[in-house]
Design a binder for this molecule. Structure first.
Ligand SMILES: CC(C)(COP(=O)(O)OP(=O)(O)OC[C@H]1O[C@@H](n2cnc3c(N)ncnc32)[C@H](O)[C@@H]1OP(=O)(O)O)[C@@H](O)C(=O)NCCC(=O)NCCS
Length: 301
C-alpha cells in the first residue's frame, strides 16, 4: 500500500492479519477489551480501513480509519509497538489513515490519546483537544440480586432477541441523541444491531416496549474481565432507579460467572452516568483525550 521510513503499510485481509492487528492493540492498550476476529469481521465495511505496519517483515504497528461515531468526521487510530516508537512508524500510519478519511469525504478527523507521548504526537500533527472520556472500573463483589423498582419488567436479550433491533427507532435514537459528546453521535441501525448489543444484556420494558438497557461484553482475551455496554433509560422513565437496577443486574451476573472486573467509558460531561457508577463502587482508572483537526493534512510538514 505504502512505503516510508522503511515501513510497509498493508491492509488487513486474512484472519492472520487481523490476529496481528489484535496483537498490536493488546500490546499498546493491555487494559482495554479488544474485539475478537469474528467481531472485527462483523464490524467490517467498505468504509473501514484496518492496516498493519511492518518493518523488515516484522509487525511494528497497526491502524484503523473509519467514519467516526460523531457527525461529519472521520476517525483514525495509529498504534505503534513500544519498542518501535519515535522511528516514524506512527507518522507513516497517520498519513495513510488520514488520506483514507479524506477519501471518505470527511472535512475533519478525530482520535483519542491516553498518554503524554501520544498527545505530543497528536499535537505535532495539528490535533487539538475537543473532549475527554473517563474509564471507570469496579471490582466485582458479592453483588446480591437487586429487587426491581415497582412496575418495571426486566428481560434478557437472550430471552427476547428480537427486541434489540426493533428498539433502535424510538428508544435507541432518543438515548443516542442524549450523549454528552462535543458533536452529535451518528449511529446507524446496522451499527446499533451489531456493535452496540451486549451479551448478557438486560432490558427494562414498559407495555412491551424497551425503556432501559444495560449489559456486558465479555473480554475474549481475559475471561475474568468485561466491559459495560450502553446503559440508557428513555427520557420519560428517568429518575425511577431503572439504570442502577439494570447495572446491578449486570454486576450480579458478573459475580456468578467468574467476572471480577468490569470497566466502562463515559464522556466527562455525563455527570449522571459517572455519579451513578461511583455509587456502584466504580473508580476512575484512565482518562482519554479526544482530539480533532481539519482535513486534508500532511505528515511531512
Ligand atoms: C502516538 C503514536 C502512534 C506515535 O507513534 P511513533 O511511531 O512513535 O510516532 P513517530 O515516530 O512517527 O513520531 C513523529 C513525531 O511525533 C512527535 N512525538 C511522537 N511521540 C512523542 C513523544 N513520546 N513525545 C514527544 N513527541 C512525540 C515527535 O515530534 C515525533 O518526531 P521526532 O521523533 O522526530 O521528534 C504511539 O505513541 C502510539 O502508538 N500511542 C498509543 C496509541 C495512540 O494514542 N494513538 C493515537 C495517536 S493520534
Amino acid at each position: 500500500m505504502t512505503q516510508g521510513a522503511d515501513v510497509e503499510i498493508a491492509e488487513c485481509v486474512s484472519d492472520a492479519d487481523l490476529e496481528d492487528w489484535r496483537t498490536v492493540r493488546l500490546s499498546v492498550a493491555p487494559g482495554e477489551r479488544c474485539m475478537s476476529v469474528p467481531e472485527l469481521r462483523a464490524a467490517a465495511s467498505p468504509r473501514r480501513l484496518m492496516v498493519l505496519a511492518r518493518r523488515d517483515g516484522v509487525v511494528v504497528g497497526s491502524g484503523l480509519a473509519d467514519d467516526s461515531d460523531t457527525e461529519g468526521a472521520g476517525f483514525v487510530v495509529p498504534r505503534v509497538m513500544a519498542a518501535h516508537r519515535r522511528t516514524g512508524v506512527g507518522s507513516a500510519l497517520l498519513d495513510v489513515l488520514a488520506t483514507h478519511c479524506v477519501g471518505l469525504g470527511h472535512p475533519e478527523v478525530v482520535s483519542g490519546v491516553d498518554d503524554e507521548g501520544s498527545l505530543a504526537f497528536a499535537t505535532r500533527f495539528g490535533f487539538a483537544e475537543v473532549d475527554r472520556e473517563v474509564e471507570q472500573t469496579v471490582t466485582v463483589g458479592e453483588e446480591p440480586e437487586p429487587p426491581a423498582p415497582a412496575g418495571v419488567e426486566v428481560v434478557t436479550l437472550a430471552e427476547r432477541p428480537e427486541l434489540w433491533d426493533t428498539c433502535y427507532d424510538g428508544f435507541g435514537t432518543e438515548v443516542l441523541a442524549d450523549f454528552a459528546v462535543h458533536t452529535p453521535l451518528v449511529i446507524s441501525a446496522e451499527q446499533w444491531s451489531t456493535t452496540w448489543r451486549g451479551d448478557p444484556m438486560f432490558l427494562a420494558l414498559d407495555a412491551g416496549e424497551v425503556i432501559g438497557c444495560a449489559g456486558l461484553r465479555l473480554d475474549p482475551d481475559h475471561p475474568d474481565r468485561a466491559e459495560n455496554t450502553l446503559t440508557a433509560v428513555r427520557r420519560d422513565h428517568r429518575g425511577r432507579g431503572i439504570a442502577v437496577h439494570l447495572k446491578r443486574l449486570a454486576l450480579h451476573w458478573a459475580a456468578s460467572h467468574g467476572v471480577t472486573t468490569v470497566s466502562t467509558w463515559t464522556q466527562v460531561g455525563n455527570t449522571p452516568m459517572t455519579t451513578l457508577n461511583e455509587r456502584l463502587g466504580y473508580v476512575t482508572t484512565q482518562v482519554s483525550i479526544t482530539v480533532s483537526r481539519t482535513l486534508p493534512m500532511s505528515t511531512n510538514a
